[in-house]
Design a protein around this ligand. Structure first.
Ligand code: FES
Ligand SMILES: [Fe+2]
Length: 364
């Protein structure tokens, strides 16, 4: 179930160069490159002549030359040269996608280009480019649908069972007070744990020798962006006025960002970043922290692919409404699935309306 009228991360800024590359988003293969002045370009990766991917061709200045029979296209997808012809034929053009570079990511608009609106890009990933923050980044290529990843990040009770050697312990599942808030296109779930034993990573990096107050706040921005704010302090340092768990990091904590890009119905690339303020990590601990965070993502990856295998055997288990019931911690992910369903239906209705109008116009 795709939602097309949105921005999706195609790749990291540092991956986009003067070499032609390509990515698949929602079953569409897209050729990507930078112009000589550094601007990102995204074109349909298929030559309109005989379908060779344009990314197999050559970049000449800002022009892409197809590697089969030499048609040339500019960065807006118009054909500028057809070898042997005075004028390029009218059919020789490729789709050009709106593209924006921000927060170390290259975002591509996958829907109706007239609706592309940069203000829809979540503005919460700014710490990725702040030198006061230490970032571990990566991609995981998941053989699983993108909604499994959103589900995972909206129910962090799983840390107790999936990440028990680092960020999780039983308290995360058993002693959290939950609050879920949803708007038309976002969901926030706050998990507050008071006076709990710190999980192994908290104890080590936060240097705690007593119980802590700890919080996790997951923010979901439809269709596929996540910001998680994690924070903690020792119970003896508990401030007189309650903290704002959505932004506060206090003594020790970190943020997690995910840009989750559907490749096909059953494949996804999760572009992730774990960021914490430089002073929260001793230089000698960096390597250990980075390897632990990479491993945390690997642990989740295994879960997604095992779920997907089961779903492919029994597709009816991939419903929005869980077939065998829900737990209290599922409230947020069910709210997210309702948003996804609503956005999808809205698009389907408006596409249906447009098709109907076009049919009426041709029948007149
Ligand atoms: S396939 Fe591209 S020019 Fe023929
Ligand atoms: Fe996880």
């Amino acid at each position: 179930m795709f939602i097309r009228n949105h921005w999706y991360v195609a790749l990291w800024s540092k991956e986009l160069t003067r070499e032609l590359s390509w990515r698949t988003i929602m079953n569409e293969r897209i050729a990507l490159y930078r112009t000589e002045s550094g601007s990102p370009v995204a074109l349909q990766d298929s030559c309109p002549h005989r379908n060779l991917p344009l990314s197999k061709g050559k970049l000449i200045g800002d022009i892409v030359q197809c590697g089969y029979h030499g048609l040339e296209f500019n960065s807006s997808g118009a054909c500028t040269k057809a070898p042997g012809l005075e004028c390029p034929p009218t059919w020789a053009k490729v789709r050009s996608y709106p593209v924006v570079e921000r927060n170390n990511w290259i975002y591509v608009w996958m829907g109706d280009a007239q609706l592309a609106d940069e203000s829809l890009i979540p503005s919460v990933f700014g710490n990725m480019s702040d030198p006061d923050w230490h970032c571990v980044i990566g991609d995981i290529h998941v053989k699983g649908g993108y909604r499994l990843i959103v589900d995972n990040l909206l129910d962090l009770s799983h840390l107790a069972y999936v990440h028990g050697t680092t960020t999780g312990n039983p308290e995360v599942a058993e002693l959290a007070d939950l609050q879920t808030d949803a708007t038309d296109e976002s969901v926030r779930i706050t998990r507050m744990m008071r006076d709990v034993v710190p999980a192994p990573a908290y104890k080590y990096y936060g240097n705690y020798s007593e119980n802590v107050d700890r919080w996790q706040v997951t923010n979901y921005y439809a269709p596929s962006y996540i910001l998680i704010n994690n924070g903690s302090y020792a119970v003896s340092d508990r401030p007189a006025t309650p903290v704002d768990a959505a932004t506060e990091r206090c003594h020790w904590g970190f943020q997690v960002y995910h840009a989750i890009t559907p490749v096909t119905e059953n494949q996804t690339i999760d572009h992730w970043c774990v960021a914490l303020e430089q002073h929260m990590l001793k230089p000698e601990d960096r390597e250990l922290w980075e390897s632990q965070m990479i491993n945390v993502l690997r642990e989740d990856h295994e879960v997604y692919e095992a779920q997907q295998e089961w779903i492919e055997m029994r597709p009816e288990n991939n419903n929005d409404v869980l077939t065998r019931g829900a737990l209290p911690g599922d409230r947020a992910l069910i709210a997210a699935r309702q948003i996804q369903r609503r956005l999808h239906n809205l698009e389907a209705r408006s596409a249906g309306g447009k098709a109907e109008n076009a049919a009426l116009a041709t029948s007149r």
